[in-house]
Ligand binder design. Structure first.
Ligand code: UDX
Length: 444
């Protein structure tokens, strides 16, 4: 497994749990030392325990020696980063290409090379060309096996997937070697029935982008419906329940929020839109989704400032949640990174708390923000409280808790973590995205 990042670590540890001997190759010496010492470089529930258990069982090792690892391997997975290239929307494939070149140098005959990183359509063929041009004498097999892991649920997603998408070269006439090897690797998932979905390389690469772009679009649609509910007196929870019970729509990814973020949706929608433009078939829905999501974060900041009133410089806003969602320490593309600087610039005093993300947030957010160790410390003396992520520890707070710490009674819940009535009954001016009328519906 080349890459000891999020995808490589989770996939490597889970494949080891399936009974395969796995070596994770990590070239960053500091990260490798941490991994060898048993410290996870990321927060993911259950990962440290799983890694420790698999290492103790002798099935999982960390190393920087790709040559030695390949010598005893039947398959190698490429699980390196594919960040967005600055200003272009393109995925930066330099790490994938470097991994392909390194594999080519040391590959044994018959090796299966699997791309797990999220890559634009056509990358699998590029990997194939790189290794074959360097080693024309070898028989090498190429596959694409994108991951669908949600941060915070990654181990469960790997162990109990809806499907495992596998793209093979020359599908459906591909030689059986690659298919058999992948069926063996994922054997525990094939009971009672196979979860493996075989297809061509390009289809597998597109499936990953299409799935993430569709989910991003679904969330963005729910966000727009939430705005419409507020403007017209609807309740978004009723609307999405009514929509979601239709199996053609489904109930998931319809919870409104401050805008999607994270390492995947923003990057993958950009990359899909770019690939599609290059192919001469622009994806207008995806491009509009990207623009709508960006605009949403800025509009939310404007709404918060409007709620806070005229004298923002004397207003203290408590913010619960800084990461892009709950159950992660990941600050990448978090809505807080757009919203908080705008509030800070306007002169608000910000007191913030996040269970996992504060160390990184300190390096990304403007100076002068106050970081609190607990949600209640963040709420101390606040005029307004803003909920940006859905951690259970936030949902557990009651009106009585906050009433004894806040100076004001204004709440904007961007994740529907509380019941409106509880807060209104306790005298709070409670606002929740998509819930209730905020201005009268104009007569037709
Ligand atoms: C996502 C995909 O779910 C996963 O399959 C893929 O491989 C990686 O990208 P992740 O980035 O961990 O996973 O986050 P996810 O749980 O999908 O949420 C993405 C964003 O959408 C978050 O900002 C989240 O807060 C937001 N979201 C999600 C909503 O606002 N409402 C919802 O109903 C669901």
């Amino acid at each position: 497994m080349i890459g000891g990042g999020y995808v490589g670590l989770v996939s490597g540890a889970c494949l080891a749990a399936f009974g395969t001997d796995v070596t994770i190759i990590e070239h960053d010496p500091a990260r490798l030392d941490r991994l060898k010492a048993g410290t996870m470089p990321i927060y993911e529930p259950g990962l440290e325990e799983l890694v420790t258990k698999q290492r103790q069982a002798g099935r999982l090792a960390f190393s920087d020696d790709l040559t030695a690892a390949l010598r005893k391997s039947k398959a190698v997975f490429i699980a390196v980063g594919t960040p967005t290239r600055r200003g272009s929307g393109h995925a930066d494939l330099s790490y994938v290409h470097a991994a392909a070149r390194a594999i080519a140098t040391h590959a044994p005959d018959g090796l299966l090379i699997v791309t797990k990183s999220t890559v634009p359509v056509g990358t699998g063929r590029q990997v194939a060309s790189i290794v074959r041009e360097a080693r024309p004498e070898l028989t090498l097999h190429i596959a694409s096996n994108p991951e669908f892991l949600r941060e915070g649920h990654a181990i469960m997603d790997f162990m109990k997937p809806d499907r495992v998408v596998i793209g093979l070269e020359d599908w459906p006439d591909a030689p059986s070697t690659a298919r058999t090897l992948l069926e063996d690797l994922y054997a525990p998932l094939n009971r009672p029935e196979s979860r493996l979905l075989f297809m061509g390389l390009e289809s597998a690469e597109l499936t990953k982008y299409a799935a993430n772009a569709f989910l991003a679009m679904k969330v963005t649609f729910a966000n727009e419906m939430a705005d419409l509910c507020e403007a017209t007196g609807g309740q978004i929870t009723d609307v999405t329940r009514g929509m979601g019970l239709d199996p053609r729509i489904g109930p998931h990814f319809l919870t409104p929020g401050p805008g999607y973020g994270g390492s995947c949706f923003p990057k993958d929608t950009q990359a899909l839109a770019t690939s599609a433009r290059q192919a001469g078939t622009p994806t207008q829905l995806v491009e509009t989704t990207i623009a709508a999501n960006e605009a949403r974060k800025r509009r939310l900041a404007e709404r918060i400032l409007a709620l806070a009133g005229d004298d923002i410089t004397s207003c203290t806003i408590a913010v619960l949640g800084l990461t892009f969602k709950a159950h992660t320490d990941d600050m990448r593309q978090a809505p807080s990174l757009t919203i908080l600087p705008l509030l800070h610039e306007a002169g608000a005093t910000l007191r913030v708390h996040d269970p996992q993300g504060m160390d990184t947030a300190r390096t990304l957010l403007p100076d002068g923000i106050i970081y609190a160790e607990t949600p209640l410390q963040a709420a101390e003396g606040a005029d307004m409280l803003l909920v940006l992520t859905e951690w259970p520890s936030f949902a557990a707070l009651t009106p009585a808790h906050l009433a004894s710490h806040m100076r004001g009674r204004l709440i904007l819940d961007c994740r529907q973590i509380w019941q409106k009535e509880d807060w209104q009954d306790a005298g709070f001016d409670y606002h929740c995205l998509g819930m209730g009328r905020t201005r009268p519906h104009p007569c037709p």
